[in-house]
Design a protein around this ligand. Structure first.
Ligand SMILES: [Zn+2]
Length: 70
């Protein structure tokens, strides 16, 4: 599961799917995002990267996510 702040209310939002749209500049990957307050968006993944995306393994909370791996 991947989480990102909701673009509207900044509550935790889940990335529920990804799709690629063609554009004049070439294909653009978009992500479907649904937040805990039921806002729903389809955004370019470039925009999500600027906001930050957190990967969450189901049933296994990450405890060392901030540690750099050599
Ligand atoms: Zn929201």
């Amino acid at each position: 599961m991947e989480l990102t702040p909701c673009p509207e209310c900044h509550a935790p939002a889940e990335i529920v799917g990804r799709e690629v749209w063609s554009s004049t500049d070439g294909p653009v990957e978009h992500a479907r995002v649904r937040c805990v307050r039921r806002h729903f968006f389809c955004l370019p993944t470039e925009r999500l990267r600027r906001q930050g995306v957190t990967r969450v393994a189901a049933g296994a909370p990450e405890v060392d996510g901030d540690r750099e791996v050599a």
